[in-house]
Design a protein around this ligand. Structure first.
Ligand code: PEP
Length: 247
């Protein structure tokens, strides 16, 4: 019922030349995939050249962040209009690196989510607990706050959630399929409470945190895991295409 979405977050990696080389290879490897959505999120500098390379392919383009204003005196920021202009259809918001390294708050992330939706971009709202939160039994409390604050005031149902336990990102330590499923099911119940059963049944909830070709199938077999947000393993066409084509 929910179409799988496999998304690659390239973070601060790849020059323009390297980005083009990666998507050329990826396009060939996944050209036969029709039953799931594929997304790449390069750094800002590579968005336009990658969008040209992706024309006519089955791979969508997304950004890793944006500011909520459309234009103005916001040195160093990028607006949703600019992302649309270079061919983005998705934007990752509230990634744990934005929250923890750059101090982004739920309030700021909410403004970005609202602006993305108003401007025709699909936000991928990232949520997840730290190791300290998990060990002190606060996983659900933290995730619930991030979801409720992040989605406050939205009227569109065109959003994606990514559950990314902070302790699993870039660490090689993956949540077990059961640990991930428990939180995904909980997130779906929060969405149902905030919106409706219909919205909760349709919203895609991705898992992120050291997803690799050898663990993707087990994670994606869980009933409430509707795709993956992949960091490190999306930087090579071979490993990302294997995750895309897991079975
Ligand atoms: C991420 O960046 O969202 C991520 C999950 O990274 P990794 O797959 O490298 O853990």
């Amino acid at each position: 019922m929910r179409r799988l979405l496999i998304a690659g977050n390239w973070k601060m990696h790849k020059t323009v030349g390297e980005a083009i080389e990666l998507v050329r290879e990826l396009k060939n490897l996944v050209s036969d995939v029709t039953d799931r959505d594929i997304l790449v999120c390069p750094p800002f500098t590579a968005l336009y050249p990658v969008s040209q390379e992706l024309r006519g392919s089955n791979i969508d383009l997304g950004a890793q962040n944006m500011f909520y204003e459309l234009e103005g005196a916001f040195t160093g920021e990028i607006s949703p209009l600019m992302l649309k202009d270079v061919g983005c259809s998705y934007v990752i918001l509230g990634h744990s690196e934005r929250r923890h390294i750059f101090g982004e708050t739920d309030e700021l992330i909410n403004k970005k989510v609202l602006s993305a939706l108003e401007n025709g971009l699909i936000p991928i709202l990232c949520v997840g607990e730290t190791l300290e939160d998990r060990e002190s039994g606060k996983t659900k409390e933290v995730v619930e706050r991030q979801i409720k604050e992040g989605l406050k005031g939205i009227s569109s149902e065109e959003f994606v959630i990514a559950y990314e336990p902070v302790w699993a990102i870039g660490t090689g330590r993956t949540a077990t399929p059961e640990q991930a499923q428990e939180v995904h099911e909980f997130i779906r119940s929060i969405i149902e409470g905030m919106f409706s059963k219909n919205v909760a049944d349709r919203v895609r909830i991705l898992y992120g945190g050291s997803v690799k070709p050898n663990n993707a199938a087990d994670l994606l077999a869980m009933p409430d895991i509707d795709g993956a947000l992949v960091g490190g393993a999306s930087l090579k066409a071979d490993s990302f295409s294997k995750i895309v084509k897991f079975d």
